[in-house]
Design a protein around this ligand. Structure first.
Ligand SMILES: NC(=O)c1ccc[n+]([C@@H]2O[C@H](COP(=O)([O-])OP(=O)(O)OC[C@H]3O[C@@H](n4cnc5c(N)ncnc54)[C@H](OP(=O)(O)O)[C@@H]3O)[C@@H](O)[C@H]2O)c1
Length: 326
């Protein structure tokens, strides 16, 4: 049984003695096996950090120099001792879809998980916390994903730790959930349905730039107590995103607007009938709400963004399987 520890006094403010006074530079990453986590772990290793990579399911067989793998649910106990010797925690755990039958809820994955991470950081004297949120995070939002992301942000801001919060718009790159699905539809179907008129704005940001910003923030005292929104250099409508993907694939497609009064009930029924529907009512609400970022802080602190959405080779991206740090 783990010995009860007294909360340690946080170290001096990072601006006074540098963010990484110790060597080796070691960071615990929650959600390390996911789409974003895999890229952040790779970026950390490239920049000379050691990594403790945490997720619930990790393959025990694979090993990579500089990475310790910890298979644990961040909302439960049992993983805390792995933060010992770390200089920072990057907290990425989050879900886009609930699965209440499996006990997976937005509140658990966003609010409870973040409360636990903050508690563990304080208990072990880890003062630097870099937290993954999302554009639209707002504790008052009617959309549960945004509401619980907003509640998690409140916990981080009240933690007394040296925090940075990142709020990306939709993130693109090989293995992403959003464009991979759209690419699959556009490849197969000559007629592509569009929810409503498809005018809702998005600001897709490249996953490698998200990873770059997270890792750069660790050692940048100016990033402490900043909320950094991340988006690409251009705002595109959903329809333009579809058109870009189709033209990159060399496919001529007819985009067919489906009126929202038809889409909404159809999406509700699909969610009720199917265990894994193509889109849930919450995801539709988020899409229709749009997702654009105020990128001024990212430009100032990290000289980002640089990469346009059209820069992606979609055929290559679609064929490349998701890399798993686990
Ligand atoms: N992708 C985007 O466009 C986007 C945009 C804005 C913000 N975000 C945010 O970025 C974060 C990462 O997104 P992603 O696209 O990389 O998601 P992802 O591919 O689904 O990865 C989620 C990661 O979290 C782990 N995880 C989930 N629940 C956990 C738990 N209770 N304990 C420990 N690990 C857990 C998953 O592994 P296991 O399932 O094996 O535990 C996985 O490693 C999320 O917070 C998301 O809200 C993403």
């Amino acid at each position: 049984m783990e010995r009860e520890k007294k909360p340690r006094r946080p170290r001096k403010k990072p601006t006074e003695q540098g963010l990484f006074p110790e060597t080796p530079k070691k960071v615990l990453v929650t959600g390390a096996s996911g789409f974003v986590g895999t890229r952040i772990v790779a970026e950390l290793l490239q920049r000379g950090f050691q990594v403790v990579a945490l997720a619930r399911r990790l393959s025990q067989s694979s090993s990579e120099p500089g990475v310790i793998r910890v298979a644990a649910d961040v909302t439960l106990s049992g993983w805390e001792r792995w933060v010992e010797g770390c200089s920072a925690v990057i907290h990425l755990v989050g879900i886009i879809r609930e699965d209440p039958r499996q006990g997976i809820t937005f509140h658990g994955a966003h609010v409870e998980a973040t409360a636990r991470v903050v508690e563990v950081c304080k208990k072990f004297g880890i003062f630097r916390l870099v937290h993954m949120s999302a554009v639209g995070a707002d504790p008052q939002s009617p959309i549960p994903y945004h509401r619980t992301k907003g509640q998690a942000e409140e916990l981080v801001r009240a933690s007394g730790l040296a925090w940075t919060i990142f709020r990306p718009s939709v993130i693109f790159g090989p293995g992403d959930g959003f464009t991979t699905t759209l690419t699959g539809v556009i490849r197969r179907a000559p007629l592509v349905p569009v929810f409503g008129d498809g005018s809702y704005p998005l600001q897709p940001v490249a996953v490698e730039e998200v990873a770059e910003a997270f890792v750069a923030s660790l050692e940048n005292p100016q990033a402490v107590e900043q909320i950094v929104e991340l988006g690409g250099p251009e705002v595109l409508s959903y329809r333009q995103v579809l058109q870009r993907i189709a033209s990159s694939l060399g496919k001529k497609r007819l985009f067919v607007p489906i009126p929202l009064p038809l889409v909404r009930p159809a999406v509700k029924i699909a969610a009720w009938l199917l265990s894994n529907p193509p889109i849930t009512p919450d995801e539709l609400a988020m899409l229709l709400a749009g997702s654009t970022a105020d990128i001024r802080v990212a430009q100032k602190l990290f000289d980002l963004p640089r990469k346009n959405f059209r820069g992606v080779s979609w055929s290559e991206a679609w064929q490349q399987p998701r890399q798993a740090s686990g």
